[in-house]
Design a protein around this ligand. Sequence first.
Ligand code: COA
Length: 93
Amino acid sequence: MISVGVLREYRRRKIATSLIQKLLVQFGSRIRELWLEVNTANEGAVKLYEGFGFRRVMIIENYYSDDSPALRMRLAVDEAAEDGAAATRERLA
Ligand SMILES: CC(C)(COP(=O)(O)OP(=O)(O)OC[C@H]1O[C@@H](n2cnc3c(N)ncnc32)[C@H](O)[C@@H]1OP(=O)(O)O)[C@@H](O)C(=O)NCCC(=O)NCCS
């Protein structure tokens, strides 16, 4: 998955949540971990990913074409299913 986006007028209706949830349900048993990069300024997206149990790994400076930094995040699907990342556990159930 390269990117996720929802039209402005449809945001905050759990559409992105539902898309990511479908990805996890579809491929969860065959995925050990997921990695992504998100603009550090994109607090809404970071919150969305943290809701699935993604953890902050590192900042990558000058990542985007405008030189803004990215936050690299990781979700260990097994750990998330076991360690209390309730959202992911429920979504994989
Ligand atoms: C980020 C994006 C995909 C979220 O899509 P969405 O369908 O609105 O997200 P959801 O409704 O599933 O949000 C789930 C949770 O994520 C968090 N969240 C999402 N957008 C947020 C925002 N703008 N501000 C704060 N929290 C936000 C909230 O915790 C939200 O739950 P809540 O609405 O109950 O508080 C959408 O804002 C978007 O398309 N942005 C532009 C493209 C982009 O930045 N993509 C990500 C690139 S990595």
